[in-house]
Write a protein that binds this ligand. Structure first.
Ligand SMILES: Nc1ncnc2c1ncn2[C@@H]1O[C@H](COP(=O)(O)OP(=O)(O)OP(=O)(O)O)[C@@H](O)[C@H]1O
Ligand SMILES: [Mg+2]
Length: 406
């Protein structure tokens, strides 16, 4: 649906917790394109925050991978151990059959094939560990290479003053690239504006912290940035020397937003940024995010438990249920043609300011055991119409298509 390279690619992401492998996030995939607002919606405990935290590397992910700005920044070991286990099992079965047929040569070939496969997976696991650990350095190296390659033909074609100017420009970009930290180009705005701000730090210290960690020492620059950000989020520079408890919930969330945008991020993960706020304040904070998105060219992963909050703000929406994405579509498309029964139940929960509709509105309760018959065939994530994906088995997919008039 978009030919540009996604800002973020999440591939088969798995985040398990504890020795019993509690599957908080269980094999989810999606892309987010430049400038897009991507909504992630689902009820409490379905794994939304965990997804956000996994993306920004607050966890070592269990399986799958996260690719940001074309750089793999996380890759989980389970991808490879699971592949090896599955292949061993399949191979054992094949070997058994080959032995029965008495083909010793084929048995040996199968053993070799398995050994080669395991070797390959181990190599891939090694590369995954390296990307996970060294993504900042690897991204810098790649950018430096790319910038050099970009300027090479241009420099060859130029001479004299023009060439000199071009060299200066290239060197400035190289310097910048060699300092860029890809991980801080993703910033999270947290769910709870009270606990996410350190009560012992002034607003100035809170907003400046990320810059300082990055090694910025220029106090004047830091101060200017803090004041600029405060104004940008609708506060005033006099607020800089106050403490978080002196602010209202909405103002605290603005401070949280300032702390994120001061890092000049390319991707913001906004984790239910308004659900702790009064309804009257919610729209203000959403509007602020929307303005910043256009001014700064931000891409946003917007997390919410309520579809009505994400509807107008999101370009596309993914609906999550118990660690899995059950439906993904353009925002208008999802509201016009919801397919998965869980999405329909979420939609049925949205009240509308229309008394007739409210009289007729029936809350649909999603009960997986009743809604689906997966005894013969389990669900897969399928594209029913272009760009509209749903978790379904073939019978359900046929029904969704029929309902669509296809
Ligand atoms: N560090 C952790 N260790 C163990 N379990 C965890 C951890 N973090 C989250 N979980 C569990 O994973 C599941 C998903 O949690 P998560 O916070 O991602 O949900 P959520 O969708 O953000 O919910 P909410 O809308 O309430 O914020 C929950 O059952 C939670 O208890
Ligand atoms: Mg959460």
């Amino acid at each position: 649906m978009d030919n540009r390279e996604p800002v973020l690619q999440v591939r088969h992401l798995k985040q398990y917790f504890g020795r019993k492998d509690f599957k908080a996030v269980d094999d989810i995939s999606f892309d987010i394109y430049p400038g897009e607002v991507f909504g992630l919606v689902g009820e409490s405990g379905c794994g939304k925050t965990t997804t956000g935290r996994a993306i920004i590397k607050l966890y070592n992910i269990t399986g799958g991978e996260v690719i940001f700005k074309g750089q793999r920044i996380s890759a989980g070991p389970r991808t490879f151990t699971d592949a090896i286990a599955a292949e061993k099992k399949a191979s054992a079965q094949r070997t058994e059959e080959l032995k029965k047929s008495g083909d010793a040569q084929a048995v040996q070939a199968e053993e070799q094939r398995l050994a080669a496969f395991i070797q390959e997976q181990k190599q891939a696991a090694k590369e995954a560990r390296r990307d996970q650990k060294d993504c900042v350095k690897l991204y810098r190296e790649r950018r430096v290479r790319e910038i050099r390659e970009e300027y090479e033909p241009r420099l060859a074609a130029a001479s004299g003053e023009a060439r000199h100017a071009l060299e200066k420009e290239r060197d400035a970009r190289l310097k910048e690239a060699s300092r860029e930290n890809i991980v801080t180009k993703m910033q999270m705005i947290f769910q709870d504006p009270v606990s996410s701000l350190n009560p012992r730090m002034t607003v100035r210290e809170i907003i400046a912290e990320g810059l300082r960690i990055q090694g910025v020492r220029d106090e004047k620059y830091i101060n200017d940035q803090v004041c600029q950000m405060l104004e940008r989020v609708g506060l005033v520079k006099e607020h800089a020397d106050r403490y978080p408890h002196e602010f209202s919930g909405g103002q605290r969330q603005r401070i949280g937003i300032a702390r994120a945008v001061v890092m000049k991020p390319e991707l913001i993960i906004a984790d239910e940024p308004v659900s702790a706020l009064d309804v009257s304040i919610q729209a203000q904070v959403i509007n602020l995010l929307n303005d910043l998105r256009h001014e700064m060219g931000l891409t946003i992963l917007f997390i919410a438990h309520d579809l009505s909050v994400v509807k107008y703000f999101s370009d596309r929406i993914a609906v999550m249920y118990f660690g899995k994405i059950v439906e993904l579509a353009g925002s208008d498309e999802l509201f016009a043609h919801p397919m998965h029964p869980y999405t329909r139940s979420l939609l049925s929960a949205i009240p509308l300011p229309d008394p007739d509709y409210e009289q007729r509105r029936k809350r649909i309760v999603y009960q997986p055991a009743i809604a689906h018959d997966y005894s013969q065939e389990g669900p897969q994530f399928m594209e029913i119409v272009p760009g509209h994906f749903v978790s379904a088995n073939s019978a359900e997919a046929a029904r969704y298509k029929a309902e669509y008039g296809l």
